[in-house]
Write a protein that binds this ligand. Structure first.
Ligand SMILES: [Zn+2]
Length: 607
C-alpha cells in the first residue's frame, strides 16, 4: 500500500519535471509565438489608395508673411498639422494678397494667423474681427507682436492689460481637461522671452499656462457668434506640434481628427553580437562583464518592464559589428545569442526586424556626413545591396517563421540611394522606422506611406536619459497623433553620451517612469509592435473623414475606412454620450477616443 503511494508520488514528480522541461523547451524554440491577423496587420500596397485626403467641406485659411522667419516656421508647422488632422486648407502669403481681406476670409470657416505682425493688415484688422463676430473662428497661431493693431483688438481677445515686455516661457502646463499628459509640468530647455505677458478677463478660458501661472499660453474667448483662440506659445518647432494642433481643436464646438493610436518600443541592435566597448560602468555597478550583465541584469529587467507596462518589443537585428563595406561579406557563424534573446523576445509577444548586416549606414561615397560618426561608406551599390541580402538570409535562417518587415537605419542615417534600394529591391522591407526630429545627417520622417509603398514610421524619443526636451516632444505627439514611439540600445549602458555613467538603475527608473507616463496619459492607447504600427499608419493615411455637427448628434463618414479607424474628438461645448458604428471612450473632460468600425458613425451629444 505504502509502496504504491510512494510510486505514485514519484510519477507525479517525474511528470512535473517533464512539464517544466517541455515548457522551457517551448519557450526556447519559440513554438508559443503565433502571428496575429487583425485590424493592425500590415496591408498590401494596393489597399492604400488615399494620401491624407479630407472629405470635409469645412475649410481653413492659413495667413503668413513671407520674409519673416518666425512666420515661415509657423507656416511649416501649421501646414503639416492641418494636413495630418485632415483640415482642408489654403495658405495665403499676406504680401501677395490683392483682394479685400473680408472677401477672402468669408470663404473659410476658420483662419490661422501664422504671423506675429498684425500691422500688415492695416485697417483691415476690423474686417477680420468683424468676420469673427459673424461666426468666424480665428486662431492666433503664434504670439502677436505688441502694436497699435494689437492694442486696438486686444479687448476682444479678453486682454485686460498687457506688459511691453515679453514673458520668458520655461515650462508648459495644460489644464487637466485639455491635453493628454496634463498631470505633469513640461520644462522647456533654453526658454526665452517669447510670449505675450497679459492679464485676461473672466470671459477668457485658459487651457494652458506656465507652471507659476503668470503667463497664459493657450486661451479661447467667444466673441459674438464666433471665437478667438490665442496660442501664446512661440516655439514653432516640430517637437511642439501637438501644442499648436491642440490649440486649433479649440476653435469649433466639436472637432474631430484621425489619429494613429499606437505605442511602440524598439530595441535597436538587439539581438546583436555582444558589443565590444567599455564596460566601465557596468563593472562599477555590477562587478560583471558585458555579456553577463546583458543576460543576467539588463534583459531580465527589460522583460519585467515590458510585463509591467504591457509592452511587446520590436528588436532589430545586427549580424556583425565588423565594419567591412567592401569585398566579400562574411556570415556570422556564432548564433547562440540570437536564438537565446530572439526567441525570448518573440515569446514575450514581440517582433524582430532588420537593422543591418553591420552598423554601417546604407550610404555610398557620394554621401556627405555633416557630423563625424566614424562610419565607412559602401564600396559600391552591389556590396551595399549584398549586405541587406546577407542580413535577410542570416535572420530568416534563424527565425524562419517570423515575418520580418521593419527596417531601422543604423544611427537613423539612410542615403537616397539606400532608401531607393530598399523600396525597389527588397519587398520584404515594408516599413522604415527612422527618426521624427531633425538632425544633421538623419533620415527624418513624417508618419506616412511613401510613393513606393513603404510605410514611414518615425521614432520620436529614445534612450534612458529621457530629458525635458524628449518629455515635451512625447507629450506633444501624444496629443497630435495619439502616438508614442521610443527606442533604445542595449549598449546605451556603455556610452557616456547616452547615460552610461548614470548607471542602469537610474536609466531603468527613467524608462519605468516614461512607460508609466504613457500608461497614465493614454490609458487606452494600443501597444503595438513595429509592423503593427505600420499597419496603423496605413489605415490612418487612407482615411477621408467628413463630419456634420448637429444639435443632438454628429454624423461622421469616412470613404477611406479599411476595417477600423481611430479619431480624437474635442468637444468644447457639451459632452458626448455614445456612438453608433463605433466605440466611444472618454479620455478627459473634453477629449474622446472614437474607434470607428463603420464608414458611417453617429455620435450622440449630451443634452
Ligand atoms: Zn543601432
Amino acid at each position: 500500500m505504502k509502496k504504491t503511494k510512494r510510486f505514485h508520488e514519484l510519477i507525479l514528480v517525474a511528470f512535473g519535471f517533464i512539464l517544466i522541461f517541455t515548457l522551457l523547451l517551448i519557450e526556447r524554440i519559440g513554438i508559443l509565438y503565433q502571428g496575429t491577423a487583425s485590424d493592425m496587420a500590415l496591408l498590401t500596397d494596393d489597399k492604400i489608395t488615399n494620401d491624407k485626403k479630407t472629405g470635409s467641406n469645412s475649410k481653413c485659411l492659413v495667413i503668413w508673411e513671407e520674409g519673416d522667419a518666425t512666420s515661415e516656421k509657423a507656416l511649416k508647422v501649421y501646414d503639416q498639422i492641418l494636413t495630418d488632422m485632415r483640415v482642408s486648407h489654403d495658405d495665403m502669403n499676406i504680401g501677395e494678397n490683392t483682394q479685400d481681406i473680408d472677401k477672402v476670409i468669408s470663404k473659410y470657416n476658420s483662419v490661422v494667423l501664422a504671423m506675429s505682425n498684425l500691422e500688415i493688415l492695416g485697417k483691415d484688422i476690423t474686417k477680420v474681427t468683424g468676420w469673427v463676430g459673424d461666426g468666424g473662428r480665428l486662431l492666433f497661431g503664434i504670439p502677436p507682436f505688441k502694436s497699435s493693431n494689437f492694442e486696438f483688438i486686444s479687448d476682444k481677445l479678453g486682454i485686460v492689460s498687457s506688459s511691453n515686455n515679453y514673458a520668458k516661457v520655461d515650462d508648459f502646463v495644460s489644464e487637466e481637461g485639455y491635453m493628454l499628459g496634463a498631470q505633469r509640468t513640461y520644462p522647456i530647455i533654453d526658454g526665452y522671452e517669447s510670449s505675450l505677458s497679459v492679464v485676461l478677463d473672466s470671459d477668457a478660458t485658459v487651457y494652458a499656462h506656465t507652471a507659476d501661472d503668470t503667463v497664459p499660453l493657450v486661451w479661447a474667448r467667444d466673441y459674438q457668434k464666433g471665437r478667438f483662440v490665442v496660442c501664446n506659445f512661440g516655439y514653432t518647432e516640430k517637437a511642439y506640434r501637438g501644442i499648436f494642433s491642440s490649440a486649433y481643436t479649440l476653435l469649433d464646438d466639436v472637432f474631430i481628427y484621425p489619429v494613429i493610436n499606437a505605442s511602440t518600443f524598439y530595441l535597436d541592435d538587439f539581438p546583436s553580437p555582444v558589443p565590444a566597448g567599455n564596460g566601465e560602468y557596468v563593472k562599477r555597478d555590477y562587478k560583471m562583464g558585458i555579456a553577463d550583465f546583458y543576460s543576467r541584469v539588463w534583459w531580465p529587467d527589460m522583460l519585467a518592464l515590458g510585463r509591467d507596462h504591457n509592452i511587446e518589443y520590436t528588436g532589430l537585428i545586427i549580424e556583425t559589428y565588423q565594419d567591412t563595406t567592401e569585398g566579400e561579406l562574411k556570415a556570422n557563424e556564432s548564433t547562440a545569442n540570437y536564438y537565446y534573446y530572439g526567441n525570448m523576445l518573440l515569446n514575450q509577444g514581440g517582433e524582430l526586424g532588420y537593422h543591418g548586416y553591420n552598423h554601417q549606414p546604407l550610404c555610398l561615397d557620394n554621401f556627405v556626413y555633416n557630423q563625424e560618426l566614424g562610419y565607412n561608406t559602401w564600396d559600391d551599390y552591389k556590396t551595399m545591396h549584398s549586405s541587406i541580402k546577407e542580413l535577410i538570409r542570416f535572420s530568416t535562417s534563424m527565425f524562419p517563421n517570423q515575418e520580418m518587415s521593419v527596417y531601422v537605419p543604423p544611427s537613423d542615417v539612410l542615403s537616397p540611394e539606400g532608401r531607393q534600394m530598399l523600396g525597389v529591391d527588397f519587398p520584404q522591407v515594408k516599413c522604415i522606422a527612422s527618426i521624427y526630429l531633425e538632425g544633421p545627417d538623419e533620415y527624418v520622417q513624417e508618419f506616412e506611406v511613401a510613393e513606393d509603398g513603404i510605410v514611414e514610421t518615425p521614432r520620436i524619443v529614445s534612450g534612458g536619459i529621457l530629458d525635458d526636451y524628449m518629455r515635451i516632444t512625447a507629450f506633444a505627439e501624444m496629443n497630435l497623433h495619439f502616438v508614442s514611439s521610443h527606442f533604445m540600445h542595449p549598449d546605451d549602458l556603455l556610452d557616456e553620451d547616452r547615460g552610461a555613467d548614470l548607471g542602469w538603475e537610474v536609466l531603468k527608473a527613467n524608462l519605468d517612469d516614461y512607460m508609466g507616463w504613457v500608461d497614465e496619459s493614454a490609458v487606452d492607447i494600443r501597444h503595438l509592435t513595429g509592423s503593427e504600427m505600420a499597419g496603423a499608419v496605413q489605415r490612418y493615411v487612407n482615411l477621408i473623414p467628413a463630419y456634420e455637427v448637429e444639435t443632438d448628434s454628429i454624423s461622421l463618414t469616412d470613404k477611406g475606412l479599411i476595417d477600423s479607424a481611430y479619431y480624437l474628438i474635442r468637444a468644447n461645448k457639451g459632452g458626448l454620450d455614445n456612438a453608433y458604428g463605433g466605440e466611444l471612450i472618454k479620455l478627459n473632460d473634453s477629449l474622446y477616443l472614437l474607434k470607428a468600425q463603420s464608414s458611417k458613425v453617429t455620435i450622440i451629444r449630451s443634452k
